[in-house]
Design a protein around this ligand. Structure first.
Ligand code: CU
Ligand code: CU
Length: 286
């Protein structure tokens, strides 16, 4: 049992230990394996195959296990490290300490959006992008997208999602018209920006955080730790509500075979969503 802390409360020494463990994982090649795994599971609902990670009810449990695996890998390097979380409803500006030189580094420069500051700047020698869709060996960001501004989700946006007592609903994809999962994951926005919570954060960071290989940007883990915390808050707020679908969908359902019910094992770990509902077996949020 260990804790995951709000990144804004980390000491300088804690930030350095986290960064050092991430850099060591990168040197070993294992970091890029995590990036590739995310790319491999970036299946959209335009494809007629199983979706474990995105546009799907198992968005929360899949990423919970994915973060746990990453955290275990970090802890093999430094047992005192855990993944901090980024509460983007509070630390919602490019001037937040999150983006300082001693932690994530800052936004990208004009033109090629290359991150030039901090431990993950390519020019500092430790962070080469090896697995991505397009060319380029450097991390890119465009925090807040100044030329076409996008705002991070607010406390009110999150509160609206947390108030929905239904976990997820048919058609169990990016078009689900309500439900906590899609409200947080953030598809189906249309004109209603309030829907776009998790996705809007990827967009606000910009650069490599936008695509299937978004874990190339280490802030991915801090973002998803907060998403994981929001799931825990939703569970605490709705003790009578559970993961849906509870039972495998009937074969007549168009989503049958594409989404995972509570007891249908998720790839690549073969773990049921129902086995991932209680995070307090592993860590707690402080
Ligand atoms: Cu993901
Ligand atoms: Cu994400």
């Amino acid at each position: 049992m260990y804790t995951r802390a709000n990144q804004r409360n980390l000491t300088r020494a804690q930030k350095r230990r986290f960064v050092d463990a991430v850099l060591a994982l990168k040197r070993s090649g294992r970091y890029d394996e995590f990036v590739r795994m995310h790319g491999q599971f970036y299946v959209t609902d335009a494809e007629d195959r199983a979706r474990a990670a995105h546009m799907t009810p198992s968005f929360f449990p899949w990423h919970r296990r994915y973060l746990l695996e990453f955290e275990r890998a970090l802890q093999q390097i430094d047992p005192g490290v855990s993944v901090p979380y980024w509460d983007w409803t509070v630390d919602n500006s490019p001037t937040s300490s999150l983006w300082a030189e001693d932690f994530m580094g800052g936004t990208g420069r004009l033109g090629d959006r290359q991150v030039m500051t901090g431990p993950f700047a390519h020019t500092n020698g430790n962070w080469r992008i090896n697995s991505r869709i397009t060319d380029g060996k450097f991390l890119t960001r465009d925090l807040g997208r100044p030329r076409d501004p996008v705002a991070l989700p607010t406390k009110e946006d999150v509160a609206r999602a947390l108030a929905d007592p239904v976990y997820d609903t048919a058609p169990w994809d990016s078009t689900a018209p309500r439900g906590f999962r899609n409200t947080i994951e953030g598809w189906n926005g249309g004109a209603e920006a309030r829907w776009l919570n998790h996705n809007r954060v990827h967009r606000w960071v910009g650069g490599l955080m936008m695509g299937a290989t978004s874990p190339n940007d280490p802030v991915f883990w801090l973002h998803h730790a907060f998403v994981d915390l929001l799931w825990a808050r939703w569970q605490a707020a709705h003790p009578e509500s559970g993961y849906l679908p509870a039972k495998p969908l009937p074969s007549s359902d168009p989503a049958a075979g594409q989404v995972f019910a509570a007891d249908q094992p998720l790839p690549p770990w073969d773990v049921k969503p129902s086995a991932l509902l209680d995070h307090s077996r592993y860590y707690r949020y402080v």
